[in-house]
Design a protein around this ligand. Structure first.
Ligand SMILES: CCCCCCCCCC(=O)SCCNC(=O)CCNC(=O)[C@H](O)C(C)(C)COP(=O)(O)OP(=O)(O)OC[C@H]1O[C@@H](n2cnc3c(N)ncnc32)[C@H](O)[C@@H]1OP(=O)(O)O
Length: 216
C-alpha cells in the first residue's frame, strides 16, 4: 500500500571537491594554464609607492563622487603588486556593526582591478572567488595586498588578501580572480550613453583611457 505523505527523495551524492581542495590551490578556472607567463610590469607603470588615483570619479570602489562608495586608495607596490586601504563605514554594513560581504568582495575586486594598471592593460573581472575569514567591524581600516600571478593571452590571474588594521593584521578576506583583457569598446559599446558621453567629454578621463591604449 502506498501511504500519502512526503515523497521520498533519493539524495544525489554531495561533491566533496571543494572540501578536499588544498587551502592554497586554486580551482580549475583560476589556475593558470601551463603556457601562462609571469606578469611583466609596464615601463610606464606608476613607481612603487605611488598612489594610483581613481580611474573614474563615479566608480563605487575608488571614485570621489560616490558619497557611500569605498573611496579605496590603491598604491603601486614592487613588481606587479598593489596595496590598498579603505575604511569600513556605517553605509557598508550587512549585519549590525559589521561590513557587508558584498562590500568586502567589492574592495577585493577594485584592488585586483587596479593591478592591471601596472601592465597597462584594460581588463574586467571574469571570475572572482572570495573567502570570508573573519568578520570586519565598522570603523576598520581594511588593508589589502594584491598581486598578478600569471598571464595567458587575454587572461590575467591574480590574488589578494585583506587584513584588519594594517599589513600585519589578522586576515579577514582572501580572493583569487581571473581578469580578461578587453578593448575600450567593451565600455563605449555597453555603458549607458549618458555616462559614456560625459566620460568622453572629460579630458582627464580621455587621458586615463589613452594611457592604456599605448600598450604594445
Ligand atoms: C579602465 C579600467 C577599469 C578598471 C575597473 C576596475 C573595477 C573592478 C573590476 C570590475 O568589477 S569589472 C566589472 C565586472 N565584470 C564584468 O562586467 C565583465 C562582464 N563579462 C564580460 O564582459 C565577458 O564575459 C568577458 C569580457 C569577461 C569575456 O568575454 P569575451 O567574449 O571577451 O571572452 P571569451 O568568452 O572569448 O573568453 C576569453 C577567455 O576567457 C575565459 N573566460 C571568460 N570568462 C570567464 C569566466 N567567467 N570564468 C573563467 N574563464 C573565463 C574563456 O574561457 C576564454 O578562455 P580561452 O581563451 O582559454 O578559451
Amino acid at each position: 500500500m502506498v501511504r500519502p505523505g512526503r515523497p521520498r527523495v533519493r539524495s544525489a551524492p554531495v561533491s566533496t571537491e571543494n572540501h578536499h581542495r588544498d587551502a592554497h590551490s586554486a580551482p580549475p578556472a583560476l589556475t593558470p594554464p601551463p603556457n601562462a607567463l609571469p606578469p611583466v610590469r609596464h615601463p610606464d607603470a606608476p613607481a612603487p609607492g605611488e598612489l594610483l588615483g581613481s580611474h573614474y570619479d563615479d566608480c563605487f570602489g575608488c571614485g570621489g563622487a560616490q558619497a557611500h562608495g569605498l573611496h579605496l586608495e590603491a598604491r603601486a607596490g614592487d613588481g606587479v603588486t598593489i596595496t590598498a586601504e579603505f575604511t569600513v563605514q556605517a553605509a557598508h554594513q550587512g549585519a549590525p556593526g559589521l561590513a557587508h560581504g558584498g562590500v568586502l568582495a567589492t574592495a577585493l575586486d577594485e584592488t585586483l582591478g587596479s593591478l592591471n594598471w601596472l601592465l597597462r592593460v584594460i581588463a574586467v573581472t571574469g571570475r572572482l572567488e572570495t573567502d570570508f575569514v573573519r568578520p570586519v567591524p565598522v570603523g576598520t581600516v581594511l588593508f589589502l595586498q594584491a598581486e598578478i600571478v600569471a598571464v595567458a593571452g587575454r587572461k590575467i590571474y591574480s590574488r589578494a588578501v585583506g587584513r584588519i588594521g594594517g599589513p600585519e593584521g589578522p586576515v579577514a578576506v582572501r580572493a583569487q580572480a581571473l581578469f580578461i583583457e578587453v578593448k575600450v569598446e567593451h565600455f563605449t559599446d555597453n555603458g549607458r550613453p549618458e555616462e559614456i558621453r560625459a566620460a568622453m567629454a572629460d579630458p582627464d578621463q580621455i587621458r586615463r583611457a589613452r594611457a592604456f591604449e599605448v600598450n604594445p
